[in-house]
Design a protein around this ligand. Structure first.
Ligand code: ZN
Length: 471
């Protein structure tokens, strides 16, 4: 009885119809693969053994850089990014922000004895208390600033869509001195590099502390918009960054602060970020974005006092990445080193769209991830002190400031923000197509201009290619 039933079946199907269906499926598959390839981000991960070793010696985060880099390596993420060798910043590059008096003073610390007593001159430059002088001070700062500068160069030369330096993000350092664990403001130096190509830069600060050093640098500027989400409580460092702090003179309206009460949770943070980022982005329309991903807003950070988990950070960063602008990702605070490593590894995976196994892979720092040896960071059980009313008030104030100072930016007729946003979304398909075409053109030029060589470095692993810039 078997043979006749197979024969019946074969004669009943419409072969032509099935071939047609198969053909259209294949076409769709090819189109999907093409779309995936075209939209795959080019990601640069900045690395150099000195960058890790010098960052490990920063007194506030001793040994942290090695832990972060080791976890990213242990998860195999370096196979899926372009590892770019970091170059030290030159004196003139450091001077893009810092005064030569401060830089020259840093040069004097070649070897520091354990019993070194801080002088009045050291204190004048902020060296002492939370920023004690250390040996090789100048080499340390030029190497760290060089990491963020190399990342910025990758974006400027269109070698990457997203570049990351987890050894950077020192947002408190000032032009004339060190402050709040920060000896060098690598962020401002990197932004200055980005400004050689991109007219408008949006700086976003997710650290639990206000990004005062970067804000102070661009307080008068219309070209760099600084946006900081932070804990703002009496006595909490640095004490600046209230909602009325909106920039000065020509830069008025181009600074935005979201002062949050203690113990802010993922819900508060993500909802606030969602509203504020959308408004700021649509009003300012940046050409490139820099995110300081300080990890000290994670729950139970010893210097924090917020209650975020990995999800809180990643949802916000995903929203920024969806805008498909050249993006620089930097580290920052984060004094529970294992949690900082968990966060920056998770963000690296998010950028390259890889799902991580929750269990920490075995590697040299594995024992630091006890007691559960997973990526998970539990939320706090204590109450978030930010009420819905308080957050709504903040958002209303910010909206008012943006209307007042930036509404002319996009549309001289001063349409409501929501309407402008809709128009932008309506045009997004065409804009995306144009941007892909533009990118292809730029890439061709860059291939001729920016030559890079592949050099396998044994210090990293034998299987990872490290790319060097050729100046
Ligand atoms: Zn911080």
């Amino acid at each position: 009885m078997f043979a006749p039933s197979v024969f019946d079946y074969l004669s009943s199907i419409d072969c032509q119809k099935h071939i047609k269906t198969l053909k259209s499926f294949c076409c769709l598959l090819v189109q999907y693969l093409k779309y995936q390839i075209m939209n795959k981000r080019k990601v640069a991960y900045i690395w150099e053994q000195d960058l890790i070793e010098f960052s490990d010696r920063l007194p506030a985060v001793l040994g942290r850089a090695s832990m972060v880099h080791s976890l990213i390596t242990a998860y195999g993420l370096l196979d899926q990014v372009k590892v770019i060798r970091s170059q030290s910043a030159s004196y003139s590059e450091l001077k893009l922000f810092h005064s030569d008096l401060y830089l020259d003073h840093l040069k004097s610390f070649t070897h520091i004895e354990d019993d070194y007593v801080v002088t009045a001159k050291d204190e004048k430059f902020g060296l002492g208390y939370d920023c004690p002088p250390v040996s090789d001070m100048y080499n340390i700062v030029s190497t760290i600033a060089g990491g963020s500068l190399t990342a910025a160069k990758c974006l400027v030369m269109n070698m990457a869509d997203v570049a990351m330096n987890w050894c950077g993000g020192w947002h408190h350092a000032q032009k004339y001195g060190a402050e709040g664990f920060c000896y060098i403001n690598d962020i401002v130096i990197a932004i200055e590099k980005l400004r050689t190509t991109f007219s408008k830069i949006l700086y976003i600060d997710l650290d639990v502390h206000h990004g005062n050093g970067v804000q102070d640098a661009y307080n008068l500027s219309k070209s760099v918009f600084t946006l900081s989400f932070h804990k703002y409580e009496p006595g909490f460092y640095p004490g600046s960054g209230n909602i009325e702090d909106i920039g000065r003179l020509n830069g008025k309206g181009y600074t935005c602060n979201i002062p949050l009460h203690a113990l802010y949770s993922d819900d508060t943070f993500v909802n606030t970020f969602d509203s504020v980022f959308t408004m700021v982005y649509s009003c300012f329309l940046p050409d490139a974005i820099v995110i300081q991903c300080g990890a000290d807003a994670l729950a139970r950070d010893p210097h924090g006092g917020a209650g975020l988990t990995l999800d809180g950070y990643c949802l916000c960063i995903k929203k920024v990445l969806n805008e498909m602008k050249p993006t620089l990702l930097l580290g920052g605070g984060g004094y529970n080193h294992a949690n900082a490593a968990r966060l920056w590894t998770s963000i690296t995976a998010l950028v390259i769209e890889v799902k991580l196994d929750d269990n920490i892979p075995e590697h040299s720092f594995w024992t630091k991830y006890g007691s559960d040896y997973t990526l998970n960071i539990r939320p706090l059980l204590t109450k978030d002190l930010n009420s819905k009313n308080y957050i709504d008030e903040c958002i209303t104030t910010i909206k008012g400031t943006l209307y007042r100072y930036l509404s002319h930016n996009e549309d001289e007729n001063k349409e409501p923000i929501t309407k402008r946003r809709k128009t932008e979304l309506d045009n997004s398909h065409e804009a995306k197509r144009d941007s892909i075409l533009k990118k292809q053109l730029v890439l061709k030029n860059v291939k001729e201009k920016a030559s890079i060589i592949v050099n396998c470095d044994n210090k990293l692993t034998n299987s990872i290619d490290v790319y060097d810039f050729i100046d």
